[in-house]
Write a protein that binds this ligand. Structure first.
Ligand SMILES: Cc1ncc(COP(=O)(O)O)c(C=O)c1O
Length: 378
């Protein structure tokens, strides 16, 4: 974060929305238009599960995505990072095994580690998690406490789960007593209508014999500074989570909740998401174009279909930290692969993001990274 904010460095490291994309004027106008009672409520403590008005409007938003809001319980959290933290505390005792993907979102790794979890990271390919490995894991006597996945524009791998792989995953987990945490932080940021079917959350099926805890966030569809996320979970899990949240922060920021509620109810959220989707699609296309032009052929990557990230796979055994050092000296920064490895060892990969860069920055920064790769890998 500190390198990313240095003005002389082009950062492809952050997972932050573009500052210039935030709907500042729309929010100013919405807040001004609220009645005094709502404005005062924004300064006040609120109920632990969230302001009733936001629970209702967000519930409607999620129902339109096909999520089973009425047969589960919805909770507003302080970012979806808090949802991860609460779920980890609800499920994990020190030494317990939990299953994640490799690579895995760093915030999830740290939330699970903080509870003393032993993280077992199962590899992913372009279609999703390795089902054979998952199948072995769910048959062990020392069963994992849950499986955590990010199926929609994965952070950091960028990939989108295939429909068949999701079906296999459901079949593998059914009746196994391994709850599923489905993290959908980026699903709204798709680039092609064709992918809509693949984006249908597993939670929307709510398959029998699996407790699915679905988590999401306003961070990428409004602004991470609001620190607002949510969790949709079965009643029994929800109850434990509510107690944990109460001890963590009593309630999520009321101010943010009033704003998010007004944003949904005004009908502005849909057009806003559509506009940022288009912008990220343009940035992704610009980044792909630069990668095609400058990267050596031995670096493997996939065209982004949504979200914020491209995952580069370098020749086996490469240490991407050496590439990072050179790139920083010359003015560009990215995140090394080992950051997303729960074991912290595998480092022949790297994540570059396109979400917060102009075409000029992309066209200046990618040649720097490509040159650093050639210098280290030959
Ligand atoms: C996959 C994933 N999940 C959860 C989060 C947490 O986001 P927030 O706490 O801002 O909602 C992030 C943030 O980058 C993420 O990439």
């Amino acid at each position: 974060m500190s390198l990313a904010s240095r003005p002389d460095i082009i950062s492809f490291a952050g997972g932050m929305p573009g500052n210039e994309l935030f709907p500042v004027e729309a929010i100013e106008e919405l807040f001004r238009g609220l009645d005094t009672r709502s404005k005062r409520a924004a300064f006040q403590y609120g109920p632990t599960p969230g302001l009733p008005s936001l629970l209702e409007s967000l519930g409607g938003f999620l129902e339109r995505k096909g999520l089973p809001v009425k047969s589960n319980r919805l909770m507003i959290t302080t970012g979806s990072q808090q949802a991860l933290s609460i779920l980890a505390r609800a499920f994990v005792d020190p030494g317990d095994r939990v299953l994640t993907e490799y690579p895995c979102f760093i915030g999830a790794i740290s939330a699970f580690r903080a509870c003393g979890a032993e993280i077992i990271a199962l590899p992913v390919d372009e279609e999703g998690i390795d089902i054979e490995r998952l199948s072995e894991e769910v048959q062990r006597p020392d069963l994992a406490k849950f499986l955590y996945i990010t199926p929609y524009f994965h952070n950091p791998a960028g990939m989108l789960y295939g429909t068949e792989r999701k079906r296999q995953l459901i079949e593998t987990l059914q009746g196994r007593d391994v709850p599923l945490i489905e993290d959908d932080a980026y699903g709204e940021l798709w680039f092609s209508e064709e992918d809509r079917e693949r984006l249908q959350p597993i939670k929307s099926i709510d398959p029998e014999g699996i407790d699915v805890c679905y988590i999401g966030s306003f961070s990428k569809i409004l602004g991470p500074g609001l620190r607002l996320g949510w969790m949709l979970a079965p009643e029994s899990i929800y109850e434990k989570c509510e107690l944990i949240k109460q001890s963590a922060d009593a309630c999520s920021p009321s101010f943010s909740q009033v704003i998010a509620d007004a944003f949904i109810r005004s009908g502005k959220i849909g057009p806003y998401i559509a506009s940022v989707r288009e912008e990220y699609k343009r940035r992704a296309a610009c980044m792909s174009d630069a990668l095609r032009r400058y990267l050596p052929d031995y670096v493997k990557w996939n065209e982004p279909r949504g979200g914020f990230y491209i995952w580069l796979t370098l020749p086996e055994g490469t240490d991407s930290a050496k590439i990072l050092k050179l790139a920083i000296e010359r003015g560009a920064v990215f995140v090394t692969g080992s950051t997303f490895d729960p074991d912290g060892t595998r480092n022949d990969t790297m994540r570059i993001s396109y979400c917060n860069n102009t075409p000029e920055e992309i066209n200046k920064g990618i040649p720097i990274i490509a040159a650093a790769i050639r210098e280290i890998c030959g």
